[in-house]
Design a protein around this ligand. Sequence first.
Ligand code: SAM
Length: 254
Amino acid sequence: MAADELQSKAAALRWYHTIELGVGVVTRGVDDTPRRLASLNLPASLAGKTVLDVGAWDGFFSFEAEKRGATRVLATDSYSWDGPGWGTKDGFNLARQALNSRVEDVNIDVVELSPERVGTFDVVLFLGVLYHLPNPLLALERIASVTRELLILETVVDLVGIKRPAAAFYPGAELNRDPTNWWGPNAPAVHAMLQTVGFHRVRTVTPRPSALYRALRAVSHHVRGRNRIDLAFSQDRAVFHAIRGSSRPEADIQ
Ligand SMILES: C[S@@+](CC[C@H](N)C(=O)[O-])C[C@H]1O[C@@H](n2cnc3c(N)ncnc32)[C@H](O)[C@@H]1O
């Protein structure tokens, strides 16, 4: 596609992800996706691996997995793709075309995932979705059922500092004034849930946040009108790697 045509097609869409589409066109995503990518510890090479990206939206992470050599990538989503959610599938479709990508796609809710519906995958990306789900343990059971080796999970965490597994419940729009947010587990709860559904080794990849970092983050969230400062102080985002199956150490896919 010519640069002018791609530029005008991209400019006509609302983007969540910031994606380089080539020929100098970068989507105007509300999310600083390259910065988030850096926090994931995504294996530098995914050569020979199959990858499932659950809740893919505009597909940044699916396309990144393909770039890193994955043999098959399946992007799935429902809320944003099926509407009337936050967005549409138009961005994903345009990016796939512009990037000449072979990423596959299925519109499916997380809780409908199963080996029969989508197959099983060496690596599963579950990024920015868990806290949007009313039944997180059920969703993680479904995720475990389609994961062969490594799950990379990124989520909001809450009740940071409490050592027992615990989760904050947001029955309304308590988290970031967004009524689609339901649960903010703390890191011990994420570990315990992942072990409960069959991941035998779980590690938190993001560094433990310092009190100063949390205070600055809380002030920034409060100033932007997203949350009360005392609540924001105990919230953060964190990344977890979880291994399933006994014979494949994570080192194999890094
Ligand atoms: C905050 S966005 C994260 C998008 C992308 N994974 C990322 O990390 O940038 C949450 C995504 O989860 C999807 N989602 C929410 N609930 C879902 C559900 N029940 N089943 C499948 N996808 C869901 C939304 O449609 C949206 O694309």
